[in-house]
Design a protein around this ligand. Structure first.
Ligand SMILES: [Zn+2]
Length: 333
């Protein structure tokens, strides 16, 4: 069972845990096909729909079963030594408030906050061969621009990759809600689009919910992926809940939505917003040291890249080494 970094909100419930399974070869092949069409968010949704088996609102500790005492059992001393390690095990946790109907799950995965969707996708792909969780990276020193390659060097027996198993999963604390409140350092002014140039609207604050996978898919459909800034604004627009404390509807978003984010004057406001959105998830900051000038800085490990690489490598055997049947092991179901 996996604790979700940000819970999924559906109806009046928050789902905080999920069960996952390994992808079937069919799910892998279809996900790969969608990825090759460049539909990154659709691809994650399809993948999660095929590999998530349950959502739970919470967990509780399983009550220990009473130990059956059987007097005819052989040597009690030997038995006791056998049971000692068991007693040390933490109590098993079981999920409550379960949803495990595949149809419902396929509908619900779209409502996962993006950070959670990414977390699940990575945990699922990593299950296929958990020992291969090294993530290569090429990092640029911010001081001298020297490039630092973190990779596996088999010949010299050196491995400087980062490993998924060492990366923290940072979860939103229960007392926080699913909203992000922002006060703009300079208000956004919307003026009439004519010679009068009159002030029509002035916005000082806004509120977003964590953008969901469906928000991302909608934005991807509307503006494509080429212009990442535009895509980002469009995602924020989908997730926008209120401005100046007033709820906004689809009509408002249609008129002002794109303009609102494009008109934010202080770029630091959007930097702050993206930091708030990135607070929870798989922690990807890693300290790197430049071998040339000794500068130490925090670089971001490309875990999204890890997902796509793993998808590629694990769906048809090794890339570039394809022959019929190479991707299918006899054990897999
Ligand atoms: Zn350097």
């Amino acid at each position: 069972m996996i604790k979700l970094v940000i819970p999924l909100t559906a109806g009046n419930s928050e789902y905080k845990y999920a069960d996952i399974k390994k992808p079937t070869s069919g799910v892998l092949a279809d996900t790969r096909e969608i990825a090759q069409q460049g539909l990154g968010f659709q691809c994650i949704k399809h993948f999660l729909g095929g590999c998530t088996t349950a959502f739970y609102t919470d967990v509780q500790e399983e009550r220990p079963k009473p130990v059956e005492v059987n007097p005819t059992d052989e040597d009690p001393v030997e038995k006791k030594t056998e049971e000692t390690p068991k007693e040390k095990e933490p109590p098993k946790k079981i999920g409550v408030g379960i949803i495990d109907d595949p149809k419902n799950i396929r509908l619900m995965v779209g409502d996962l906050p993006y950070q959670t969707a990414e977390q699940l996708a990575i945990e699922i792909v990593n299950q296929i061969s958990p020992e291969n969780d090294g993530i290569e990276g090429l990092y640029q020193c911010p001081r001298c621009n020297n490039q630092l390659l973190c990779a596996e060097d088999i010949e010299r027996d050196i491995d400087t990759r980062d490993f998924l198993r060492t990366m923290k999963r940072i979860c939103r604390p229960d007392e926080e809600d699913n909203f992000i409140n922002m006060t703009l350092s300079e208000s956004v002014e919307i003026r009439t689009d004519d010679a009068r140039n009159e002030l029509e609207e002035e916005f000082k604050s806004f509120r977003l919910r964590y953008p969901t996978l469906n928000d991302c898919i909608k934005a991807e459909e509307l503006v494509g992926r080429k212009n990442t800034g535009k895509l980002q604004h469009s995602i924020y627009k989908q997730a926008l809940v209120s401005v100046n404390g007033q709820p906004v509807d689809r009509k408002w978003k249609g008129i002002y939505g794109d303009m609102f984010f494009r008109t934010i004057k202080d770029p630091m406001d959007l930097v702050k917003l993206s930091k708030k959105l990135d607070k929870y998830g798989i922690e990807r900051d890693r300290e790197k040291r430049c071998p040339k000038c000794e500068k130490v800085w925090k670089a971001q490990v490309d875990i999204t890249g890890f997902f796509y690489t793993a998808l590629e490598e694990r769906s048809s055997g090794k890339a570039g080494n394809f022959h019929l049947g190479s991707g299918y092991s006899r054990q897999s179901s």
